[in-house]
Design a binder for this molecule. Structure first.
Ligand SMILES: CC(C)(COP(=O)(O)OP(=O)(O)OC[C@H]1O[C@@H](n2cnc3c(N)ncnc32)[C@H](O)[C@@H]1O)[C@@H](O)C(=O)NCCC(=O)NCCS
Ligand SMILES: Nc1ncnc2c1ncn2[C@@H]1O[C@H](COP(=O)(O)OP(=O)(O)OP(=O)(O)O)[C@@H](O)[C@H]1O
Length: 209
C-alpha cells in the first residue's frame, strides 16, 4: 500500500482536493475531521480541553468559538490543545492505515494540515501540497466569517510558510486558478498514481521516484 500525504496552509483547498480524491475512489484520512469528532458533543477530548480552558465546555458541548479565541490569543493554550489532540489523531491515523492495509488498498490519502510540522511526511510515499497566492488564501478564510484578520495571522504564524511547503512537496496543486484547472491537475495526479511508474512521476517537479 502507498500513502499520499495531502497538506497545505489554512484555506488553500485541502478539503476540496480531498473531496475530489474521495470521488475518485480513494480512502482519505481527514485530520481536521478527526479533531472535530474528538471535540463533538461528549467527545473524548472534551474533559481535558475543559481543564485547559475552564468554561469552554457546557453540558458536554464545546463552544468552539470560545476555544478558538483562547487558543489563538495564547500560544501556550494552543500548545496545550495540540498536546491533547495530536496523540489521539495519530492513534486514529494508525488505525485507519491498518484497516486500509487489511482491506488491500493500493493508495490511501492522509489529509493533514500540519503534515510537515509534525513529521508525518515520513510515513508518506508522496506528498501533495495545495497552494494559492497569499491574497487569495486570506480572502477565502476571512470570507467564512469565523476568524478576525489577527486570528488568521496567529494561525499562519503557527504554520510553515507556503514557499517552504512548496519546496518540500513532490507535487504542487495550484488552487488559485479556476476549479476546472484544479480538476485537470488532479486528473494528471491520478493518472500518475495509477501508473505508479517512475516516468509518470518524473512529469512532476520534485523528487524522482
Ligand atoms: C484551534 C481550533 C479550535 C480552531 O477551530 P476552527 O473551527 O477555527 O478551525 P478548524 O479546526 O476547522 O481548522 C482549520 C484550519 O486551521 C489550521 N489549524 C488548526 N489548528 C492549528 C494549529 N494547531 N496550528 C496551525 N494551524 C492550525 C489548519 O490549517 C486547519 O486546516 C481547532 O483548529 C483546534 O482544535 N486545533 C488544534 C488541533 C490541531 O492542531 N489541528 C490541526 C491539525 S491536526
Ligand atoms: N481549486 C479551487 N478553485 C477555486 N476555489 C477553491 C479551490 N479549492 C478551494 N476553493 C475554495 O477555497 C475555500 C477553502 O477551501 P477548502 O475548505 O477546501 O480549504 P482547506 O485548506 O480545507 O481549509 P482549512 O485549512 O480551513 O480547513 C473554499 O471556499 C473553496 O470553495
Amino acid at each position: 500500500m502507498r500513502v499520499l500525504g495531502l497538506t497545505g496552509g489554512i484555506g488553500m483547498g485541502k478539503s476540496t482536493m480531498a473531496a475530489l480524491l474521495r470521488r475518485a475512489g480513494l480512502r482519505v484520512f481527514d485530520a481536521d475531521a478527526e479533531v472535530r469528532a474528538l471535540q463533538a458533543p461528549h467527545g473524548r477530548a472534551l474533559p481535558a480541553i475543559e481543564r485547559l480552558v475552564p468554561g469552554c465546555v457546557r453540558d458536554g458541548v464545546l463552544d468552539r468559538a470560545v476555544l478558538r479565541r483562547a487558543a489563538l490569543a495564547e500560544p501556550a493554550i494552543m500548545r496545550g490543545l495540540e498536546g491533547i489532540l495530536h496523540p489521539l489523531v495519530r492513534a486514529a491515523r494508525t488505525r485507519f492505515l491498518e484497516r486500509a492495509r487489511r482491506d488491500g488498498c493500493r493508495w490511501v490519502v492522509l489529509d493533514i494540515p500540519l503534515l510537515f510540522e509534525t513529521g508525518a511526511e515520513r510515513i508518506c510515499d508522496r506528498v501533495v501540497v495545495v497552494s494559492a497566492p497569499a491574497a487569495i488564501q486570506r480572502a477565502r478564510v476571512l470570507k467564512r466569517g469565523t476568524m478576525m484578520p489577527a486570528q488568521l495571522d496567529a494561525v499562519l504564524a503557527r504554520q510553515m510558510a507556503d514557499a517552504a511547503r512548496r519546496r518540500r512537496a513532490d507535487i504542487v496543486i495550484e488552487t488559485g486558478l479556476s476549479r476546472h484547472d484544479t480538476l485537470r491537475q488532479v486528473r494528471r495526479l491520478l493518472r500518475a498514481m495509477h501508473a505508479a511508474s517512475p516516468a509518470a512521476w518524473a512529469a512532476y517537479r520534485g523528487k524522482p521516484a
